[in-house]
Design a protein around this ligand. Structure first.
Ligand code: FRU
Length: 516
């Protein structure tokens, strides 16, 4: 995020509106005709979360409480471009179907409400609830635009707010900020979790080019513990939105700690990206097992992703499906940006190699139905799945089992000649996403650039899952060990899906699930 210009004026306007008009969200202006309304809704995803209107970036404060997944998000209710940040709010029973809620947190005298997390303070360590009604506590960054404009290094501090009614309404803690700034410009995005071994809260904070850990008995008083990362991982830009959680190796009792660190710019395909480290956390300090740079997603459009808190044995991840390179100028009108599909993370050991795999949550099955299935067949020239299924398809989940990988591509297209290609090159064992002809690419000179990912697996067989919504495709190969996410803006939805092999492709299964 690097668009902090003119924010002082915007901040004062928002503060004025907040104080005078109260906390009502301004309704988006009425559209003048049905045509205008359709244009304004063009590219709206069907089953990925997008704000009802206006600008959204990072997922924030994700917490599961009383059968409900809460999603807060960076939100500018006055505009479709980034500005004074609020926390928007939505709730879901399954991370797939979402209900919009009123704005949860407004800027105040300490500044805008930047990214952060939320926890259930089950033992009421904060004293902000009661034993019988433990509070939800949000921990977030205050970004003071006046100080930032004056180029002061101490513009970012950490504050907390609490809810005693299950996230419906929030009260800011009266003694904010709870963690002041030591004189470092980028000092933000606290992700907090309860640490059983030390009976303390651990805050993971992104600090410019590294991570700092703080601890607290009560979410109000924080002590510095340690830092990590100045010499590790990718450093093409600022470190942002971290996350720290334990994960057991699948089918084993071996446990590691995973440290997610979002990075902008410097992602694997330029701009924003989400890297992670595998290591141990010895109650005070994180140590990684090696110096490798690992990416949770190689596509251009998965950023600021972190996991839900309070989800027991499941580790559930959601990212913002955009890239700071062009997020402010993508051609949507009434709203801007969507989230990725929610994903479940698992740690796998493949030989000696450890990697975090991600797959869409099973709950996606709540809204899919199988419309086509075919087993054991060869494709010689091409195979049009939409023709075979006799369906025009723009929202689907497809599972492909490939017996012996040769080069191939899956082409999503429309009758206007727009197309996005998902290409596998077997010689280099790489995937590519080519959106150079995907429709409107004019808004950013690099949007049409080829994105690529090394395939993690070297097996002869491959399983490939594609999740396509109106304006995005997500690729999960080999149980989710290689992942790519990309958005696009075709003139009309892609309703044709075709598999084109370089020479011949031997398919063990093809299952097409329509999403409704
Ligand atoms: C990441 C980010 C965070 C910051 C927020 C501001 O996309 O830059 O570091 O808290 O967005 O909206």
């Amino acid at each position: 995020m690097n668009n902090l210009k003119s924010e002082r004026v915007l901040f004062l306007v928002v503060l004025f509106l907040t104080l005078t008009v109260g906390c009502n969200l301004k309704e988006p202006p009425e559209s003048k005709s049905a045509k205008v309304e359709i244009d304004r809704e063009k590219h709206r995803p069907l089953f990925h979360f997008s704000p009802d209107s206006m600008w959204m970036n990072d997922p924030n404060g994700m917490v599961f409480y009383r059968d409900t997944y809460h999603l807060f998000y960076q939100y500018h209710p006055e505009s479709t471009v980034w500005g004074p940040m609020h926390w928007g709010h939505a709730v879901s029973k399954d991370m797939i179907n979402w209900e919009h809620k009123p704005v949860a947190l407004y800027p105040d005298e300490h500044g805008y409400i930047f990214s952060g997390s939320a926890v259930l303070d089950v033992n009421n360590t904060s004293g902000l609830g009661s034993a019988g009604n433990p509070p939800l506590v949000a921990i977030y960054t205050y970004h003071n635009p006046v100080k930032a404009e004056a180029r002061r290094a101490d513009a970012q501090t950490q504050g907390i707010a609490y809810s005693r009614d299950g996230g419906e309404s929030w009260i800011k803690y009266e003694k904010n900020p709870v963690l002041s700034n030591p004189g470092i410009r980028d000092f933000r995005d606290p992700k907090v979790r309860w640490h059983e071994a030390t009976q303390c809260w651990i805050m993971t904070l992104a600090v410019q080019d590294h991570i700092r850990f703080y601890s607290s008995p009560n979410l109000k008083k924080w002590s510095y513990e340690s830092e990590f990362g100045k010499e590790q991982g990718a450093h093409g830009g600022v470190w942002e939105c971290p996350d720290l959680f334990p994960l057991k190796v699948e089918d084993s009792d071996e446990e590691y700690w995973i440290l997610i660190v979002n990075l902008n710019p410097g992602g694997p395909n330029g701009g924003s990206g989400v890297q992670y480290f595998i290591g141990s956390f010895d109650d005070h300090r994180f140590t990684s097992i090696d110096k490798d740079t690992r990416w949770l997603d190689y596509g251009p459009d998965n950023y600021a992703g972190v996991t839900w808190s309070n989800t027991g044995d499941r580790t559930l991840f959601l990212g913002w499906m955009s890239n700071w390179k062009y997020a402010n100028v993508v051609p949507t009108q009434r709203w801007r940006s969507a989230m990725t599909i929610a994903r479940e993370l698992k740690l796998h050991k493949h030989g000696n190699k450890l990697a975090v795999y991600s797959l869409p949550v099973n709950e996606l099955g709540n809204i899919t139905s199988t419309v086509f299935e075919k087993k054991d067949f060869d494709i010689h020239k091409s195979f049009s799945i939409s023709d075979a299924a006799k369906l025009k398809l723009s929202t689907f989940e497809m599972d492909l089992g490939i017996r012996s990988v040769d080069g191939f591509k899956v082409v999503l297209s429309n009758a206007n000649g727009n197309q996005t290609e998902i290409v596998f090159d077997h010689r280099s064992n790489r995937f590519f996403i080519d959106r150079s002809k995907s429709g409107d690419t004019s808004f950013h000179k690099e949007f049409g650039d080829l994105a690529w990912a090394p395939r993690f697996s070297h097996e002869k067989q491959m399983d490939l899952k594609l999740v396509a919504d109106v304006a995005s495709v997500e690729l999960f190969a080999d149980e989710g060990s290689t992942v790519m996410t990309a958005i696009y803006f075709p003139d009309a939805v892609f309703d044709q899906v075709e598999i084109v092999p370089d020479s011949k492709l031997s398919i063990s299964k093809l299952v097409l699930n329509e999403v409704r």
